[in-house]
Design a protein around this ligand. Structure first.
Ligand SMILES: CC(C)(COP(=O)(O)OP(=O)(O)OC[C@H]1O[C@@H](n2cnc3c(N)ncnc32)[C@H](O)[C@@H]1OP(=O)(O)O)[C@@H](O)C(=O)NCCC(=O)NCCS
Ligand SMILES: [Zn+2]
Length: 330
């Protein structure tokens, strides 16, 4: 497990790798492709070339039509842009790519809509529960928290898949396996939208039952100048060296894993992520309220924002788990 965890977390830089909204263009660059079939040799004059071309022409009754080739100018690579807000890389000028970026960027900033159709579907789906009726945010706005099985179908299922994809792109994370999804619940934070009778999904976490996770080393022992120079820190595993996140390698029994956590960029630092985490801690395991300070909850992703949240909400008790390699209860 330790090697896997290292691959998942230690290799992740704080800044997500650029994500492309579409595969890179396969168009070849004319500068590198041979564009003249017959190389003009040193000493060939243009008239000699023309004359030989004419001779070839006159020797045949019907000259074969030359295959025309489309030339593409390859001026430079600057048409690939990386958006400062959503960090997505896309090709400027490519309509489909720009549309994809626009839609993704809007979801990252303002979230997705939760309207009448979802409410109707909710009644039918039967597995959508309201967990907290009113949550007051720092700016005074009031929202609510609902919970849904991660494998829910219908309109809500389609919406949840798009939301999960948006989160994965934002975190540069891989898709959750079908087993992980079956063991997961999604908690959604809904805030009234400007349009009457509509809400926006402005925050989301995916929580799943897990078996084991690693404890995070306290800050004082987690940022040694040279890890190898201090005997007691040799056994620590580096999870995120830019933010100084180190773990003890022992696997400890842990009840709940948070595989994804996301809040729209316009609503951060209002307490949305913390309230989603508290809702999951209280309700994810039936009949048992989990305490993050006692190491009962673990995160699988470790971005800089996530670590700050983890330290604040979990008060140093949040653990780290490997989402690709955990035992799950169904
Ligand atoms: C991480 C994230 C979910 C936090 O959501 P949030 O709703 O802003 O978090 P909260 O408002 O509940 O934050 C609670 C506390 O955590 C700490 N915290 C959260 N985000 C922080 C940040 N970016 N920088 C510093 N501290 C932060 C603060 O102590 C904060 O309290 P304060 O605002 O009173 O100072 C959000 O920034 C996000 O979606 N980021 C992009 C996706 C991501 O990185 N996910 C984490 C994967 S592990
Ligand atoms: Zn963007």
């Amino acid at each position: 497990m330790s090697s896997k965890v290292k691959r998942t977390y230690a290799s992740r830089s704080d800044k997500p790798k650029p994500c492309f909204s579409s595969p890179p263009s396969t168009l070849s660059c004319p500068l590198s492709a041979p564009s003249i079939k017959r190389k003009r040799l040193f000493g060939d004059s243009q008239s000699q070339v023309d004359a030989s071309a004419k001779r070839v022409k006159s020797s045949k009754e019907k000259p074969r039509q030359k295959t025309l080739k489309q030339l593409h100018f390859c001026i430079d690579q600057s048409i690939v842009r990386t958006c400062a807000i959503c960090k997505l890389s896309y090709t400027k000028g490519a309509e489909d790519d720009e549309d994809l970026h626009r839609a993704h960027c809007a979801r990252v900033q303002r979230g997705m809509e939760w309207g009448k159709e979802e409410e109707r579907d909710k009644a039918g789906a039967g597995n959508v529960k309201e967990i907290v009726e009113v949550v007051k945010l720092k700016d005074g706005k009031k929202g609510r928290i609902i919970c849904v099985d991660a494998t829910v179908g219908g309109k809500i299922g389609t919406k949840l898949s798009t939301l999960l994809e948006t989160i994965n792109v934002t975190l540069s994370a891989s898709t959750l396996s079908p087993e992980a999804l079956r063991a997961s619940k999604a908690y959604l934070f809904l805030l009234p939208a400007i349009t009457p009778n509509k809400e926006k999904i402005v925050g989301c976490i995916f929580a799943q039952r897990i078996e084991k996770a690693m404890a995070v080393a306290p800050l004082s022992s987690s940022v040694p100048e040279n890890v190898d120079a201090i005997p007691s820190s040799r056994s620590l595993l580096t999870m995120n060296d830019t933010t100084g996140l180190f773990c003890y390698p022992e696997l400890l029994p842990t009840a709940l894993g948070i595989s994804r956590i996301f809040v729209t960029s316009t609503q951060r630092r209002q307490g949305i992520a913390s309230s989603l985490l508290s809702a999951a801690a209280q309700t994810a395991v039936h009949g048992c309220v989990l305490d993050p300070k006692d190491g009962q909850i673990a995160f699988s992703q470790t971005t800089g924002d996530g670590i700050a949240l983890m330290r604040n909400w979990g008060q140093g008790g949040i653990r780290i788990y490997d989402e690709d390699n955990c035992q799950m209860y169904l």
